[in-house]
Design a protein around this ligand. Structure first.
Ligand code: NAD
Length: 252
Protein backbone atom coordinates (compact mmCIF):
# COMPACT_ATOMS: atom_id res chain seq x y z
CA UNK A 1 0.00 0.00 0.00
CA UNK A 2 1.50 3.29 -1.12
CA UNK A 3 -0.24 5.53 1.45
CA UNK A 4 -0.66 3.21 4.44
CA UNK A 5 -1.86 5.33 7.44
CA UNK A 6 -0.98 8.59 5.65
CA UNK A 7 -3.37 11.44 6.36
CA UNK A 8 -4.35 13.13 3.08
CA UNK A 9 -6.41 16.30 2.73
CA UNK A 10 -8.27 16.64 -0.57
CA UNK A 11 -10.03 19.87 -1.55
CA UNK A 12 -12.82 19.61 -4.08
CA UNK A 13 -13.14 16.14 -2.56
CA UNK A 14 -16.80 15.70 -3.53
CA UNK A 15 -16.11 16.42 -7.21
CA UNK A 16 -15.14 14.08 -10.00
CA UNK A 17 -11.30 14.10 -9.79
CA UNK A 18 -11.33 14.67 -6.02
CA UNK A 19 -13.59 11.68 -5.39
CA UNK A 20 -11.71 9.40 -7.81
CA UNK A 21 -8.50 10.34 -5.98
CA UNK A 22 -10.14 9.77 -2.60
CA UNK A 23 -11.15 6.27 -3.68
CA UNK A 24 -7.63 5.51 -4.94
CA UNK A 25 -6.00 6.88 -1.78
CA UNK A 26 -8.36 4.87 0.46
CA UNK A 27 -7.48 1.69 -1.43
CA UNK A 28 -3.83 2.53 -0.73
CA UNK A 29 -4.47 2.69 3.02
CA UNK A 30 -4.83 6.45 3.57
CA UNK A 31 -6.92 8.38 6.08
CA UNK A 32 -8.78 11.21 4.34
CA UNK A 33 -10.13 14.64 5.08
CA UNK A 34 -12.37 15.77 2.22
CA UNK A 35 -13.20 19.44 1.80
CA UNK A 36 -15.93 20.79 -0.45
CA UNK A 37 -18.49 23.59 -0.47
CA UNK A 38 -21.64 21.70 0.44
CA UNK A 39 -22.08 19.09 3.17
CA UNK A 40 -24.78 17.32 1.11
CA UNK A 41 -22.24 16.68 -1.68
CA UNK A 42 -19.67 15.48 0.85
CA UNK A 43 -22.24 13.09 2.35
CA UNK A 44 -22.82 11.59 -1.10
CA UNK A 45 -19.05 11.23 -1.53
CA UNK A 46 -18.79 9.39 1.79
CA UNK A 47 -21.59 7.05 0.67
CA UNK A 48 -19.80 6.44 -2.61
CA UNK A 49 -16.66 5.56 -0.63
CA UNK A 50 -18.55 2.98 1.42
CA UNK A 51 -18.85 5.03 4.63
CA UNK A 52 -15.32 4.29 5.75
CA UNK A 53 -14.32 5.42 9.25
CA UNK A 54 -11.08 6.60 7.64
CA UNK A 55 -12.90 9.57 6.05
CA UNK A 56 -13.65 12.96 7.66
CA UNK A 57 -15.54 15.63 5.72
CA UNK A 58 -15.59 19.36 6.35
CA UNK A 59 -17.74 21.79 4.35
CA UNK A 60 -15.64 24.88 3.64
CA UNK A 61 -14.95 27.52 1.02
CA UNK A 62 -11.24 27.15 0.18
CA UNK A 63 -10.98 30.86 -0.64
CA UNK A 64 -11.95 31.84 2.91
CA UNK A 65 -9.07 32.17 5.39
CA UNK A 66 -11.07 31.47 8.57
CA UNK A 67 -12.75 28.46 6.95
CA UNK A 68 -9.33 27.16 5.89
CA UNK A 69 -7.96 27.45 9.42
CA UNK A 70 -11.08 25.66 10.68
CA UNK A 71 -10.87 22.73 8.24
CA UNK A 72 -7.16 22.25 8.94
CA UNK A 73 -7.82 22.28 12.70
CA UNK A 74 -10.63 19.74 12.31
CA UNK A 75 -8.44 17.52 10.12
CA UNK A 76 -5.54 17.57 12.58
CA UNK A 77 -7.86 16.99 15.56
CA UNK A 78 -9.23 13.84 13.89
CA UNK A 79 -6.24 12.23 12.16
CA UNK A 80 -3.14 14.16 13.33
CA UNK A 81 -0.39 15.57 11.11
CA UNK A 82 -1.13 15.96 7.41
CA UNK A 83 1.17 13.91 5.15
CA UNK A 84 -0.39 14.83 1.81
CA UNK A 85 -2.27 17.92 0.62
CA UNK A 86 -4.13 17.63 -2.69
CA UNK A 87 -5.31 21.14 -3.61
CA UNK A 88 -7.85 20.38 -6.26
CA UNK A 89 -11.01 22.53 -5.77
CA UNK A 90 -11.91 24.48 -8.88
CA UNK A 91 -14.48 26.49 -10.79
CA UNK A 92 -14.42 27.48 -14.46
CA UNK A 93 -15.86 30.97 -14.80
CA UNK A 94 -16.75 31.88 -18.35
CA UNK A 95 -15.43 32.57 -21.85
CA UNK A 96 -15.70 36.12 -23.18
CA UNK A 97 -13.67 38.70 -25.13
CA UNK A 98 -11.42 40.79 -22.91
CA UNK A 99 -13.67 43.87 -23.01
CA UNK A 100 -16.68 41.82 -21.87
CA UNK A 101 -15.05 39.38 -19.41
CA UNK A 102 -16.76 40.10 -16.06
CA UNK A 103 -14.22 41.29 -13.48
CA UNK A 104 -16.14 39.59 -10.66
CA UNK A 105 -15.89 36.25 -12.52
CA UNK A 106 -12.14 36.76 -12.97
CA UNK A 107 -11.81 37.45 -9.23
CA UNK A 108 -13.97 34.48 -8.23
CA UNK A 109 -11.96 32.02 -10.36
CA UNK A 110 -8.59 33.25 -9.04
CA UNK A 111 -10.00 33.18 -5.53
CA UNK A 112 -10.73 29.44 -5.66
CA UNK A 113 -7.69 28.14 -7.56
CA UNK A 114 -4.94 30.53 -6.50
CA UNK A 115 -5.95 31.99 -3.14
CA UNK A 116 -7.48 28.59 -2.23
CA UNK A 117 -4.25 26.66 -2.97
CA UNK A 118 -2.18 29.37 -1.24
CA UNK A 119 -4.32 29.33 1.93
CA UNK A 120 -4.35 25.52 2.01
CA UNK A 121 -0.54 25.36 1.83
CA UNK A 122 -0.11 28.19 4.34
CA UNK A 123 -2.27 26.46 6.93
CA UNK A 124 -1.33 22.83 6.24
CA UNK A 125 2.47 23.16 6.05
CA UNK A 126 2.90 23.81 9.81
CA UNK A 127 1.16 20.45 10.36
CA UNK A 128 3.06 18.56 7.65
CA UNK A 129 5.96 16.29 8.64
CA UNK A 130 9.29 16.40 6.80
CA UNK A 131 8.97 14.29 3.64
CA UNK A 132 5.32 15.24 3.01
CA UNK A 133 3.80 15.91 -0.41
CA UNK A 134 1.68 18.69 -1.89
CA UNK A 135 -0.05 18.25 -5.25
CA UNK A 136 -1.96 21.07 -6.95
CA UNK A 137 -4.42 20.39 -9.78
CA UNK A 138 -3.60 22.82 -12.53
CA UNK A 139 -4.58 21.89 -16.10
CA UNK A 140 -3.42 21.74 -19.67
CA UNK A 141 -4.86 25.27 -19.43
CA UNK A 142 -1.85 26.09 -17.24
CA UNK A 143 0.44 25.65 -20.24
CA UNK A 144 -1.29 27.49 -23.09
CA UNK A 145 -3.58 30.38 -23.97
CA UNK A 146 -7.02 30.16 -25.54
CA UNK A 147 -9.18 33.12 -26.55
CA UNK A 148 -11.53 34.44 -23.87
CA UNK A 149 -10.65 31.98 -21.09
CA UNK A 150 -9.27 34.78 -18.90
CA UNK A 151 -10.01 33.67 -15.36
CA UNK A 152 -9.36 29.95 -15.72
CA UNK A 153 -6.18 30.06 -17.80
CA UNK A 154 -4.68 32.84 -15.69
CA UNK A 155 -5.49 30.92 -12.50
CA UNK A 156 -4.08 27.64 -13.83
CA UNK A 157 -0.79 29.38 -14.78
CA UNK A 158 -0.62 31.12 -11.39
CA UNK A 159 -0.88 27.77 -9.62
CA UNK A 160 2.35 26.72 -11.35
CA UNK A 161 4.10 29.78 -9.89
CA UNK A 162 2.79 28.94 -6.44
CA UNK A 163 3.91 25.31 -6.86
CA UNK A 164 7.42 26.38 -7.86
CA UNK A 165 7.85 28.78 -4.93
CA UNK A 166 6.60 26.18 -2.46
CA UNK A 167 8.83 23.47 -3.94
CA UNK A 168 11.99 25.56 -3.46
CA UNK A 169 11.08 26.78 0.01
CA UNK A 170 9.96 23.41 1.38
CA UNK A 171 12.75 21.31 -0.14
CA UNK A 172 14.83 21.87 3.01
CA UNK A 173 12.20 19.81 4.82
CA UNK A 174 12.01 17.24 1.99
CA UNK A 175 8.42 18.28 1.34
CA UNK A 176 7.82 17.78 -2.39
CA UNK A 177 5.44 20.06 -4.27
CA UNK A 178 4.21 19.29 -7.78
CA UNK A 179 1.32 20.14 -10.09
CA UNK A 180 -0.78 17.77 -12.14
CA UNK A 181 -2.14 18.99 -15.49
CA UNK A 182 -5.17 17.10 -16.77
CA UNK A 183 -6.36 17.60 -20.30
CA UNK A 184 -10.10 17.41 -21.02
CA UNK A 185 -11.65 14.80 -18.72
CA UNK A 186 -14.99 13.04 -19.34
CA UNK A 187 -17.01 14.54 -16.50
CA UNK A 188 -19.70 17.16 -15.80
CA UNK A 189 -17.17 19.98 -15.23
CA UNK A 190 -15.72 19.57 -18.73
CA UNK A 191 -19.12 18.82 -20.32
CA UNK A 192 -20.45 22.17 -19.09
CA UNK A 193 -17.39 23.92 -20.56
CA UNK A 194 -17.89 22.12 -23.87
CA UNK A 195 -21.63 22.82 -24.00
CA UNK A 196 -20.87 26.56 -23.74
CA UNK A 197 -17.93 26.40 -26.12
CA UNK A 198 -19.90 24.53 -28.79
CA UNK A 199 -22.12 27.61 -29.05
CA UNK A 200 -19.12 29.94 -29.36
CA UNK A 201 -17.19 27.94 -31.99
CA UNK A 202 -20.26 26.69 -33.87
CA UNK A 203 -19.25 23.01 -33.79
CA UNK A 204 -19.16 20.14 -31.33
CA UNK A 205 -16.49 21.11 -28.77
CA UNK A 206 -15.99 17.55 -27.50
CA UNK A 207 -15.02 16.43 -31.01
CA UNK A 208 -12.94 19.59 -31.42
CA UNK A 209 -10.90 18.73 -28.29
CA UNK A 210 -10.51 15.08 -29.25
CA UNK A 211 -8.94 16.21 -32.53
CA UNK A 212 -6.35 18.25 -30.59
CA UNK A 213 -5.41 15.34 -28.32
CA UNK A 214 -2.81 13.00 -29.87
CA UNK A 215 -4.32 10.03 -27.99
CA UNK A 216 -7.64 11.01 -29.60
CA UNK A 217 -9.92 10.98 -26.56
CA UNK A 218 -10.79 12.61 -23.25
CA UNK A 219 -9.18 11.25 -20.09
CA UNK A 220 -10.92 9.83 -17.04
CA UNK A 221 -10.88 11.03 -13.46
CA UNK A 222 -9.29 7.69 -12.50
CA UNK A 223 -6.38 8.34 -14.84
CA UNK A 224 -5.76 11.66 -13.10
CA UNK A 225 -6.05 9.95 -9.70
CA UNK A 226 -3.24 7.52 -10.64
CA UNK A 227 -0.95 10.44 -11.49
CA UNK A 228 -1.81 12.17 -8.20
CA UNK A 229 -1.14 8.92 -6.32
CA UNK A 230 2.33 8.73 -7.87
CA UNK A 231 3.18 12.31 -6.85
CA UNK A 232 1.69 11.86 -3.38
CA UNK A 233 3.62 8.66 -2.69
CA UNK A 234 7.29 7.91 -2.03
CA UNK A 235 7.47 6.50 -5.57
CA UNK A 236 8.06 10.13 -6.59
CA UNK A 237 10.73 10.70 -3.91
CA UNK A 238 13.06 12.66 -6.25
CA UNK A 239 10.32 14.61 -8.05
CA UNK A 240 9.59 18.14 -6.90
CA UNK A 241 8.78 21.37 -8.74
CA UNK A 242 7.44 19.29 -11.63
CA UNK A 243 4.45 19.74 -13.92
CA UNK A 244 3.02 16.29 -14.67
CA UNK A 245 0.91 16.36 -17.82
CA UNK A 246 -2.07 13.96 -17.88
CA UNK A 247 -3.44 15.24 -21.15
CA UNK A 248 -3.07 12.58 -23.82
CA UNK A 249 -0.31 14.69 -25.37
CA UNK A 250 -2.49 17.79 -25.90
CA UNK A 251 0.22 20.20 -24.71
CA UNK A 252 2.96 18.79 -26.97
N1 NAD B 1 -12.65 18.24 -15.78
C1 NAD B 1 -11.60 18.55 -16.53
O1 NAD B 1 -11.60 18.31 -17.75
C2 NAD B 1 -10.41 19.22 -15.91
C3 NAD B 1 -9.27 19.41 -16.70
C4 NAD B 1 -8.15 20.03 -16.14
C5 NAD B 1 -8.18 20.44 -14.82
N2 NAD B 1 -9.31 20.26 -14.07
C6 NAD B 1 -9.27 20.72 -12.70
O2 NAD B 1 -9.51 19.62 -11.86
C7 NAD B 1 -10.01 20.08 -10.59
C8 NAD B 1 -11.22 19.25 -10.22
O3 NAD B 1 -12.21 19.44 -11.19
P1 NAD B 1 -13.28 18.31 -11.60
O4 NAD B 1 -13.12 18.07 -13.04
O5 NAD B 1 -13.25 17.19 -10.66
O6 NAD B 1 -14.63 19.17 -11.46
P2 NAD B 1 -15.76 19.09 -10.31
O7 NAD B 1 -16.62 20.27 -10.53
O8 NAD B 1 -16.39 17.73 -10.35
O9 NAD B 1 -14.94 19.23 -8.95
C9 NAD B 1 -14.53 20.49 -8.43
C10 NAD B 1 -14.98 20.53 -6.99
O10 NAD B 1 -14.47 21.73 -6.39
C11 NAD B 1 -15.48 22.21 -5.52
N3 NAD B 1 -15.30 23.64 -5.26
C12 NAD B 1 -15.49 24.67 -6.13
N4 NAD B 1 -15.28 25.84 -5.50
C13 NAD B 1 -14.95 25.53 -4.21
C14 NAD B 1 -14.63 26.32 -3.08
N5 NAD B 1 -14.61 27.66 -3.14
N6 NAD B 1 -14.34 25.69 -1.92
C15 NAD B 1 -14.37 24.33 -1.84
N7 NAD B 1 -14.67 23.54 -2.89
C16 NAD B 1 -14.96 24.14 -4.06
C17 NAD B 1 -16.78 21.93 -6.27
O11 NAD B 1 -17.89 21.96 -5.40
C18 NAD B 1 -16.50 20.56 -6.86
O12 NAD B 1 -16.94 19.51 -6.02
C19 NAD B 1 -10.31 21.56 -10.78
O13 NAD B 1 -9.24 22.33 -10.22
C20 NAD B 1 -10.33 21.72 -12.29
O14 NAD B 1 -9.99 23.03 -12.69
C21 NAD B 1 -10.42 19.65 -14.59
Amino acid sequence: MLLKDKHCVITGGAGSIGLATARTFLEEGAKLTLIDLRQADLDKAVDALGNSDRVLTVAADVGDEAATKAYVEAAVARFGQIDVLFSNAGNFGTVAPIEDYPTETFDSVLRVHVRGAFLAAKNVVPHMPDGGSIVITSSVAGTRGDPGVYGYITAKHAQVGLMRVLSKELAARRIRVNSVHPGPISNDFQQNVEDDLSGVIGRDATEFFDQQIPLGRHGTADEVAQAVLYLASDKASFTTGAMLMVDGGMSV
